[in-house]
Design a protein around this ligand. Structure first.
Ligand SMILES: *Cc1c(COP(=O)(O)O)cnc(C)c1O
Length: 508
């Protein structure tokens, strides 16, 4: 150890600092249930707390960690909280978190084989698991990414490289329910907004095949090049799964690429009902998965898989002079597919410097075994289904879209409360009559507007109460509450507490 290097620490100090952090994290997880699921903060106040420019002098590590733990980190959503049902919850396992630390702690650079043969082998192994799960052949290839957005972007670049000529007037099709990251990817890559067509959905929010076929025919007849269909393997708003098998067949008849954005829903294939729901996933040309969502991995972990694995390397390979030492040994067995020998993962996507994300995935999956993950995913789907039944039986709530892949959409309803108070004047105290003036609202406020106001208020009040958190969306323009149960730690009591709050909180 160099005593003159102020950035170096002795082993004893390093251990003590590490234990401090581990203690803090373990205490946090143990105490999650008693903490609020969300805490907001005022920027000026928080800014005053976190301080200004870094001082030149050292400070006490424990005091700094305590400061972060008290004044910074709590002002956030706890996405792993058992009653965090907003957006997409994420609940990493402890071995996964330690795997992340292990990878970072070894400063692994996983861009090239030369610099990380072992970790790259592990990534290839994890990708092989994922390939099997989605029903891909051995010739498929992929990479772990920072998340679903990055995977969707890489998929688009790969599809373009595989199918398009530079002056094609290409058209991308996706449903009105597709995730924004896909449209953003199109923007980044340079597609014009008129090259992205949003296709309407059916009453289950699934892309309508007839509408897609009509759009493709129309575009062909005006000289455009129908290029890519993006299907939802679990739409973010509703959990809807597009008709994957039919879409793949249609896309391939039309010489188009079919990509499935299964960022949050994809790992449901591990369960029987998820596998049924995602039928046809393996027919897609590429698939996006997010291990940091329903595979219980810490941020960041996304994944892109490409069915014809060679396409991925063709799309991204570049060899600059300063990396010439990393040139791969030629694969001798040309039939063995893209994973036959060495892989420079930098040649499969955006990043050169890459984390070794496979370590946390491997470590957590091996520690618990796959059945434990299946159980977590199944449990979440059970809770969402039970939530749907509970909402359907409620006097003040109504289901707007049934539970699908852990998501159920609903709202506080006026009509149900009103019809109830018609037949029984003592009930319906929590709701207002469907017609007539509402106290606090404009006398002529239309029903839909009033319901939106009520429901938006409920979302905010639930967060502010600390009890839990949900988010909202729009279904055919109508404001909807959205409960997303993915967390393996959530119990029925957690779901029930949140639903009871939404059911009985007074609204005017
Ligand atoms: C979450 C999500 C994304 C974006 O993934 P990130 O990991 O947040 O970048 C894309 N598509 C769908 C369907 C998602 O649910």
């Amino acid at each position: 150890m160099n005593r003159d290097n102020p950035l170096e620490l002795d082993g004893e100090t390093m251990r003590r600092m590490g234990y401090r952090v581990v203690d803090l994290l373990v205490e946090r997880i143990a105490g999650l249930d008693a903490r609020p699921a969300w805490q907001g903060g005022d920027r000026d106040r928080l800014r005053a707390e976190v301080g200004e420019t870094p001082p030149d002098e050292p400070a006490d590590f424990d005091a700094l960690v305590a400061h972060l733990a008290d004044h910074v980190i709590p002002f956030a959503g706890s996405v792993d909280h058992p009653r965090f049902f907003a957006f997409i919850p994420s609940c990493p396992t402890w071995p996964g978190l330690l795997g992340d630390f292990l990878a970072r702690g070894h400063s692994l650079f996983q861009g090239t084989w030369l610099e990380s043969a072992g970790p790259s082998t592990l990534e290839l192994l994890v990708l092989d698991w994922f390939k099997q799960w989605v029903g891909y052949p051995p010739g498929a290839a992929g990479l772990l990414t920072s998340g679903g957005s990055a995977a969707n972007l890489d998929a688009l670049v790969c599809a373009r490289s595989a199918l398009l000529d530079p002056d094609d007037d290409a058209v991308i099709y996706m449903s009105t329910e597709a995730h924004s990251s896909m449209e953003r990817a199109a923007r980044i890559v340079g597609f014009r907004s008129d090259q992205v067509r949003r296709i309407p959905t059916d009453d289950g929010f699934r892309l309508r095949l007839d509408a897609l076929a009509a759009a493709i025919t129309e575009d062909r007849s005006s000289g455009r090049r129908p290029f890519l269909v993006v299907a939802n393997g679990g739409a973010t708003s509703t959990g809807a799964v597009d008709p994957l098998r039919e879409l793949a067949a249609l896309a391939h008849r039309q010489s188009m690429w079919m990509h499935v954005d299964a960022a949050y829903g994809g790992f449901a294939v591990l369960t029987e009902r998820g596998h049924r729901l995602l039928d046809g996933l393996g027919e897609a040309d590429s698939v996006t998965l997010d291990p940091h969502k329903w595979l219980y991995q810490p941020f960041e972990a996304g994944c892109l898989l490409v069915r014809d694995g060679h396409r991925l390397g063709e799309a991204f390979h570049i060899m600059p002079d300063y990396l010439q030492d990393t040139v791969l040994r030629e694969a001798t067995d040309s039939d063995a597919g893209p994973d036959a020998r060495e892989v420079n993962f930098a040649d499969r996507g955006l990043q050169l410097t890459r984390d070794s994300r496979a370590i946390k995935i491997w470590l957590s999956l091996r520690t618990f075994g796959l059945d434990a993950f299946r159980q977590g995913i199944d449990h979440a789907m059970d809770l969402a289904a039970a939530a749907e039944r509970r909402i359907a039986e409620s006097e003040t709530l109504e289901v707007l879209n049934p539970a699908t892949l852990g998501v159920v959409c609903f709202r506080r309803s006026a009509e149900r409360a009103a019809s109830r108070s018609d037949s029984n004047s003592s009930a319906g105290a929590a709701g207002q009559p469907a017609e007539g003036p509402a106290p606090g609202g404009a006398p002529s406020e239309p029903l839909e507007e009033r319901l939106e106001r009520w429901n938006a208020e409920l979302v905010a009040r639930l967060s502010a109460s600390g009890v839990g958190m949900i988010s909202s969306t729009r279904l055919n323009g109508r404001y909807a509450l959205r409960l997303c149960v993915l967390n393996h730690r959530s119990t029925w009591e957690d779901v029930e507490r949140v639903l009871s709050f939404l059911e009985s909180e007074p609204v005017v």
